[in-house]
Ligand binder design. Structure first.
Ligand code: GMT
Length: 377
């Protein structure tokens, strides 16, 4: 099939998932056309049958337009690509504004044919941004006008029905997936120099937005490190980085915390890690946690959103309920786990086993099936 995919190119779960999906579909013999304003961060190398189309943000720029109307430029590119490349379906990731642009592209193509639009809801497009007054009605409208809607967890599906009361739409849950050829456990994986010999390696990966509570990651780590020799590696970047750096200084652990910035691929570091921390206030799924689990890393996360659908509490890690003592509780669990080698091994194996349920081989065919049903193929 010929599949168009629109996503954010920036560091984040929806862009990562959409790009991995594009690459996986191409491996399975489809032709994939990625459409965004920049090349997605996980599309760094040539991939057979994957084509990137950049939305033109310059030719329409004019001083009168203080704010460039990106959704219009995106709809134009989606329409052009759909028409020229004879797309069978257009799959957009993150509703705001991608589902709206896709609706416009579909209408523009209506004289020619009926382009089927699939919208995948990822998280903050529903739980935060889409519910903002500026976007609520158009998000609801665009979801309801999509030919198919998927959500990455049961939690997110239910939250969409609750918040938007989407009457006509049937939301199918297709969970996120992990590429097990890239994310797999590696015994005696090479460790970074700063985490050698008897030092535990604690990892966090995110876009450092407020919901991720990166300063909290630092506070939890400070307690861990007071009990167990350990270093913390923070991968990613975003608005809360400065606050997290200040927190390392305040707690006197600056030399044990390594801010690596944005990395396109994190599998090698995850393979060397002993523990993954994700104390988010909200998480529709937790793709970063799944990728850690696939590499054999137990996860300590908040018991929020869709995380319980991914991390089995007490088996592949622990989920800590929000509360006044959650920092201590997370640190206590972490220390227990890092000190108890047999327990750590059990959790490592359970994490790998659990991640297998979310392998690309199991999940990607669910999208293919949906595309075929819509395209009547
Ligand atoms: O984590 C973010 O804020 C990025 C966001 C996105 O849409 O780019 O991630 C969301 O989508 C991911 C992929 O489906 C999920 O794994 C994350 O849980 C979800 N983030 C939140 O719900 C906060």
């Amino acid at each position: 099939m010929r599949i168009g995919i629109t996503c954010y190119p920036t560091y984040g779960g929806s862009g990562a998932l959409a790009t991995e999906l594009g690459i996986a579909l191409a491996h399975r013999g489809h032709e994939v056309h990625m459409i965004s304003y920049a090349s997605p961060f996980r599309l760094r190398h040539f991939a057979e049958h994957v084509f990137f189309h950049e939305v033109d943000l310059t030719s329409g720029a004019y001083p009168l337009l203080e704010h460039f109307p990106y959704p219009l430029a995106l709809a134009v590119t989606q329409h052009e690509v759909a028409s020229r490349q004879h797309l069978d379906v257009l799959h957009v990731h993150y509703a705001v504004p991608h589902a709206t642009a896709a609706f416009l592209a579909k209408q523009m193509l209506a004289g020619e044919r009926d382009l089927k639009v699939i919208t995948t809801l990822h998280g903050t497009d529903i739980t935060l941004v889409g519910q903002a007054r500026s976007f609520f009605t158009i998000t609801k409208f665009s979801i309801e006008r999509s030919d198919a809607v998927t959500a990455v967890s049961d939690y997110l599906r239910d939250e969409t029905y609750r918040a938007f009361d989407c009457q006509p739409c049937k939301i199918e849950v297709i969970p996120n997936f992990v590429n097990l050829a890239e994310y797999f456990p590696l015994d005696a994986a090479p460790r970074p120099e700063f985490a050698r010999a008897g030092t535990k390696l604690v990892v966090h990966v995110s876009n450092f937005r407020q919901v991720k509570r990166v300063p909290e990651v630092v506070r939890v780590f400070a307690r861990i490190r007071a009990a167990v020799p350990a270093v913390l590696v923070l991968i990613g970047d975003g608005p809360d980085r400065a606050e997290a750096e200040v927190e390392t200084e305040r707690l006197g652990i600056r030399d044990e915390v390594f801010f690596l910035g944005k990395l396109d691929t994190v599998a090698d570091l995850l393979q060397a890690a002993d523990l993954f921390l994700l104390p988010s206030t909200s998480e529709s799924f937790g793709l970063a946690a799944l990728e850690a689990m696939a590499c054999g890393v137990p996860v300590l996360a908040s018991r929020v959103g869709g995380l319980p659908e991914v991390v089995v509490d007490g088996e592949c890690g622990w989920l800590i309920p929000a509360g006044p003592r959650d920092t201590e509780a997370m640190a206590e669990r972490a220390i227990e786990l890092l000190r108890d080698v047999p327990l750590w091994r059990r959790m490592r194996e359970a994490a790998v086993e659990r991640a297998r349920l979310f392998s690309a081989d199991r999940i990607v065919p669910q999208y293919e099936q949906l595309y075929r049903k819509l395209a009547g193929a």
